[in-house]
Design a protein around this ligand. Sequence first.
Ligand SMILES: C[S@@+](CC[C@H](N)C(=O)[O-])C[C@H]1O[C@@H](n2cnc3c(N)ncnc32)[C@H](O)[C@@H]1O
Ligand SMILES: [Zn+2]
Length: 320
Amino acid sequence: MPARAASAALTALAPYLRCPHCGGALGFVDGALGCDRGHRFDPARQGHVALPVPGRNPARGDSAEMVAARVKFLGVGHYAPIAAGVVAAAGEVLGWPGNSRELVVDSGAGTGYYLGAVLDDHHGAWGLALDSSRPALRRAVRSHARVAGVICDVWQELPVQTGAADLILNVFAPRNPGEIERTLAAHGALITVTPTPRHLHQLVARLGLLGVAEDKQERLHTGLSPHLESVRRRELDFEMTLSPQDVAALVTMGPSSHHLDRDALRRAAEALPGELGVTAAVVIETFRRAGTRKGGGETRVCLGEPSTPRPAHRGRRTAG
Ligand SMILES: C[S@@+](CC[C@H](N)C(=O)[O-])C[C@H]1O[C@@H](n2cnc3c(N)ncnc32)[C@H](O)[C@@H]1O
Ligand SMILES: [Zn+2]
């Protein structure tokens, strides 16, 4: 019997998970996840489970404060155009009407905002949120009934069976190319969202946030080649109108929060005189195994009007 704490999603996705000790298949044994060799992993009361690679230090993940800021910022809907772009890209991979049973893995899922948006459009799909942050995964598993959460370090071997993932999402998060390639099904695809140097440039200039490296896209491609190749690329560039509180949440949830004085940044953001026009500029890209290209393309989308805050998605997901 599955543990009382195990969510329906964790129960459903157990066959796709892999023991971090021996690489064996996992299933529920006496209320815990376990493999044939006797390794056991108890799901947390909140429904997620930790599957750490033994002997490795736990990876640093986003703190509770960063996660709360992410929930707040994404909940206003400023990044809804990015979610819509991810959903469109996922639709090309998973196809329509989206009722078939497919596994979508989100590597560095955070609060599950993008994963939930994809599942909303694909009623037969299940989502596996991977992240090293416990507070983030607590949110992710509450974000959608078909999401299971696994705490792990994505720089290590992923606790996912070889070839199990129909789609892997990687949004503003670290990625492990070798493990993405191993866990992706032959017909599967990876969708990445990466910022361009224009992303939040007004805040980089005004608050001294970390900027985006000019060669970020090049490094993405180099890291994934030769096994995965880009088949579709969308550039998305839009203006957001952010209040000082929005800016404070944005800087608190972002990478500058790991490297700069977070409290000083938040105070500087809250002290801004009023609303600020801020650019969001990202590339949403789809990769498939080299040699399996199914059509392709390049799209550049510039949304001219500043974003109007609105809830990001329909459905029972909490905006996260
Ligand atoms: C910038 S956030 C993006 C979260 C989410 N994809 C989104 O865009 O809302 C990066 C996420 O990666 C996670 N992370 C950072 N390093 C990690 C690692 N080594 N293994 C797993 N997750 C990691 C953080 O905890 C955080 O949730
Ligand atoms: Zn094992």
